[in-house]
Design a protein around this ligand. Structure first.
Ligand code: IDP
Length: 141
């Protein structure tokens, strides 16, 4: 059965553009409740570790530079079918290909500076939540 938790990050471009609050409002409007949140400025080591799966990709350096360019906001979110629903709500990686009304269509600048991260599986949601939050920092249901 699909899990009720996922991990999102409001990315530095959204903070720089003053869109963080609007994005969080859209997440809440989409039925998610916030179970944990923090504002932080990732180090190069943290960004490289978080996106380690992309280490061999041509855009890795650009991605790490972007993710360390300013504050971001990791959140643990909860609702039914959390991972798949949030992937639908954020839209395609490239905002030019994202559906109308999605976070990336509304607020992303480009394929790289694309406003928001969302976990792609229940397993990765748990790993990514643990990357940013101690268990005691996440509200119980
Ligand atoms: P996702 O965030 O939609 O799951 P992934 O393919 O997992 O997309 O890529 C992770 C992140 O890497 C993207 O959200 C984006 O910020 C960045 N990225 C992906 N492809 C490119 C690219 O072609 N150029 C620059 N950055 C990219």
């Amino acid at each position: 059965m699909a899990g009720r938790r996922t991990l999102t990050i409001v990315k530095p471009d959204a903070f720089a553009n003053g869109k963080a609050g609007l994005i969080i409002a859209l997440l809440e409007k989409s039925g998610f409740t916030i179970k944990a949140a923090r504002v932080m400025h990732l180090t190069t080591a943290q960004a490289g570790e978080f996106y380690g799966v992309h280490r061999e990709r041509g855009f890795f350096g650009e991605l790490v530079e972007f993710m360390t360019s300013g504050p971001c906001m990791p959140l643990v979110l909860e609702r039914d079918d959390a991972v798949a629903t949030l992937r639908t709500v954020i839209g395609a990686t490239d905002p030019a290909e994202a559906a109308e009304g999605t976070v990336r269509k509304l607020y992303a600048e480009s394929k790289g500076r694309n406003a928001i991260h969302a976990s792609d599986s229940d397993e990765n949601a748990a790993i990514e939540a643990a990357f940013f939050f101690a268990g005691t920092d996440v509200l119980a249901s």
